[in-house]
Design a protein around this ligand. Sequence first.
Ligand code: NAP
Ligand code: GDD
Length: 343
Amino acid sequence: MKKVLITGIFGQDGAFLAKRLLSQGFRVFGLARRGGSIKSDRLRYFGILDDVEIKNSEIIDFSSILKLLEEIKPDVIFNLAAQSFVQDSFINPWMTSNINYFGVLNLYEAIRFLKLDCKVYQASTSEMYGKTIDDVQTEKSPFNPQSPYGISKLAAHHLGVIYRETYKLKISNGILFNHESELRGREFVTRKITSQLVEVKNESRDFVLLGNLNAVRDWGYAADYVKAIEMMNFSEVNDDFVVATNNITSVREFFKKSAELLDFKPIFSGNNAEEICTDKKTNKVIMKIDKNYYRPLEVDYLRGDYSKINSTLGWKPETSVDEMIEKMVSFDLENYNKNIYFI
Ligand code: NAP
Ligand code: GDD
């Protein structure tokens, strides 16, 4: 039975991935950092908490990760652990860099030291493109990160290329564009919108406070994207792949689509920080701008070209953004007031 190690197993992608791999009979180990409380809600939600083997380790401590790899000797590693919230990386740039870059360096050095013959997936990101100049981003587009998070991930991305070429480590970097789901953390804009609009509908919240409504993202569904991650790590190819849908939606459009599914009639008025959204049926304001949610630097536009992974591994997205919003809104409606928080 192949042994798989997932770092970041308690996050959105880690949970979807663990579920997929367990159903195929893999032995799944998960890295849990010491010190913090273990956020096992997603694994419990899928009913797989008892099926994964959780190991305490710390990716930012070389000796700790070395001992873990020596003990498990995994055949396949998915490195998903990260400080993944862009906004937070402006507040905690050092910790973000430490986890997202030095954690990866520790992992690669430990693999090299132990001479492990394992495949590694590294969670790279469209955030590395930052200020984009092309209409569509490919594996060859220039990187121009706009946050400490983007820089840390870009450094780790280049490190993977260097360790692949120099030391022949079997590393693939997946450049994943934004992907969301019912299991997405509520600090990210999509889940914030769907969960808070449900609260507005149920009159336990007056309105949703948002930042930049003009930001455009290529949003896909997380369950589709972990399939791409799995395909990369179980293929003989070690390379870099964009995973995206090639469809774009602005934050304003995402809000509008979500509100309409909840039977609001959203009408936007005003400009910039004065913009509001009113429900035409009731004349109530359901969205306002709060400048605190503006980023010090913004990534305005991301749109990915997934042709390389499609032609090399046969992956393509299966869920449209509209279907994904429906899933998220339905989930938040069904689970309103049930204290299900994926953080
Ligand atoms: P997520 O829900 O934030 O999960 C990240 C996980 O990393 C959390 O479970 C967290 O564990 C863990 N972690 C953080 N610091 C750690 C440390 N020092 N040691 C061990 N674990 C640590 O993120 P996600 O959406 O699943 O994304 C998975 C990966 O893909 C991340 O690397 C992210 O940067 C990258 N990515 C995500 C997207 C996206 O749109 N979702 C797009 C591109 C790339 P705790 O529970 O202990 O906090
Ligand atoms: N979080 C948040 N909250 N974002 C807001 C808000 C708000 O109230 N209002 C507007 N936005 C805008 C942000 O300024 C950004 O342009 C966009 O919505 C998306 O923000 P997030 O959902 O926080 O995601 P992100 O694009 O910054 O980062 C996510 O995707 C990356 C891939 O491109 C994360 O999952 C990263 O880990 C991932 O690498």
